[in-house]
Ligand binder design. Sequence first.
Ligand code: ZN
Length: 183
Amino acid sequence: MIYPICVYGNPVLRKKSIEIDENYEGLEELIASMWDTMYRAEGIGLAAPQIGKAIRLIVIDAESLAEEEPSCKGLKMVLINPEIISWGDEQVFLEEGCLSVPGIRAEVKRPTKIVLRYQDEQMVEHEKSFEGFAARVIQHEYDHIEGKLFVDSLSSVRRSMLRAKLQAISKGKAKASYKIKPH
Ligand code: ZN
């Protein structure tokens, strides 16, 4: 099933998502729907709040970036209850976009390395380090389950420049090649 994508202004994007376990009803189907929704929207990652569910579930497939971003080679995974357990000291600015903030791209400063603990779709626990763009993609998606959006971290000047655009998105006036859900 393809879900509409909740966009800026939708309160579900501001909730801190809750953990799930193997008894979560329809989990397998939900994960399949998240893949379908993400690919339909041509995204490289999707967090459950973006389809209206405030649970700690993320899908990522950044393989399409592997040529320019070697760290994304083979980066396809389901993250259940992920937890970033450490961050590297080095931080860099790089441009990001988000399916929930259509039409806006901005430079965001993030650590270049993280260590992540998560469960896969079989509920098996892993602990793994990521760097480069892979670490960025994961941090971006992780922010979603914490109720944060990439535009939150922009300078107030930059954000006020985007205010009209953000307001338009929250009124459902954004142009996107996929169905959006502002409320
Ligand atoms: Zn996003």
